[in-house]
Design a protein around this ligand. Structure first.
Ligand code: DP6
Length: 312
């Protein structure tokens, strides 16, 4: 029998960066994300007659053949064995996974991967007759595999604080997401390492207060449908995270000249049009844009201009 599950990726507008507990992935501050249902990971599980679990790529039309490093595979398998322990599962499995977007380039593929693995394992184990030791919510399990994955259980908006994540009712549930895809190179510093290194930045001491304050301001501005203010807060937030990276020891950066150019262009666009998308960057050089549903014309025109200017 083969079991399958899918989970979406998500993009944080208030970022998870820095952990209070590295074992359990307890964040130093709350984060707020918007789910990306067009970016999904699928996981398939099958019982095997082998002495250990194994991981293999899932080959599926429309999905990319994943290249999971040995370290990445081990991380996935270690997490899976913790899940097995929790359900008291004695059998071994082949895990297969693939995403329909490129991983390791600043799009949270670990978020959708760990969420899909957790969902799939829960379904498979229960159908095979195993029950968990307690009814800890799946997002809480998933968070211990990869922090940002706990937000992938909630759509469209997810709020994660400490050990708890939930959906939050906010306006603009149908925003359209675009990526200005500047660079698909593997990251030199993984987001896992970034979570450790930011503690060497002098800006980290006040970071939790800044993030919590911005979270409240963003929720307020979204609720009052103040789109311009939301743009300003979201921009200040991703720049804050990138400044943490750039002031760490040793310093590192994901921003390229091109990403800086696109962000400045966006600013000028906003200034001249009085409107535009929300703009954010994750731990990578690519730029994420979120458009209101009614901005479809602006979105099309902007994406054409960006193609001409930056993606030749
Ligand atoms: C920059 O969830 O990948 O995307 O818990 O170590 O797996 P681990 O980290 P991860 O961190 C994501 C960080 C981020 C910002 C965010 O998604 O909030």
């Amino acid at each position: 029998m083969r079991y399958k599950a899918q989970a979406p990726s998500n993009i944080a507008l208030i970022k998870y960066m820095g952990k209070l507990d590295f074992e359990k992935n307890i964040p130093t501050n709350s984060s707020l994300s918007f789910s990306l249902p067009h970016f999904v990971t699928e996981v398939a599980l099958e019982v095997i007659d082998e002495p250990v679990d194994c991981w293999n790529p899932l080959i599926k039309p429309g999905f990319l053949k994943p290249e999971l490093s040995d370290k990445g595979q081990q991380r996935f398998l270690n997490y899976f064995s913790k899940l097995k322990e929790h359900y008291n599962v004695s059998r071994n499995f082949q895990i297969q996974s693939a995403s329909n977007f490129s991983s390791d380039c600043g799009l949270a593929s670990s978020a959708s991967s760990f969420a899909a693995l957790t969902k799939c394992a829960d379904t498979a184990f229960r159908e095979l007759g195993y029950e968990p030791k307690d009814e800890t919510p799946l997002n809480v399990w998933s968070r211990q595999g990869s922090g940002s994955s706990c937000r992938s259980f909630f759509e469209p908006w997810a709020l994660w604080t400490g050990e708890e994540a939930h959906s939050i009712a906010l306006p603009f549930p149908d925003m359209n997401h675009e990526i200005v895809f500047l660079d698909a190179k593997k990251k030199e510093v993984s987001s896992g390492d970034a979570h450790r290194r930011v503690f060497t930045s002098p800006l980290m001491a006040e970071r939790p207060q800044r993030a919590e304050q911005r979270l409240n301001q963003l929720i307020e501005s979204l609720i009052s449908r103040n789109w311009t203010r939301s743009y300003e807060i979201v921009k200040a937030e991703f720049e804050d995270m990138h400044e943490l990276f750039e002031t760490s020891t040793p310093a590192f950066t994901y921003r390229t000249q091109q990403s800086r150019d696109v962000v400045s262009w966006m600013d000028r666009y906003w200034q001249s049009h009085g409107d535009g998308p929300l703009v954010t960057m994750d731990a990578g050089p690519n730029i994420h844009l979120l458009f209101r549903a009614d901005q479809f014309r602006l979105q099309r025109n902007m994406m054409n201009q960006i193609k001409d200017l930056f993606l030749k």
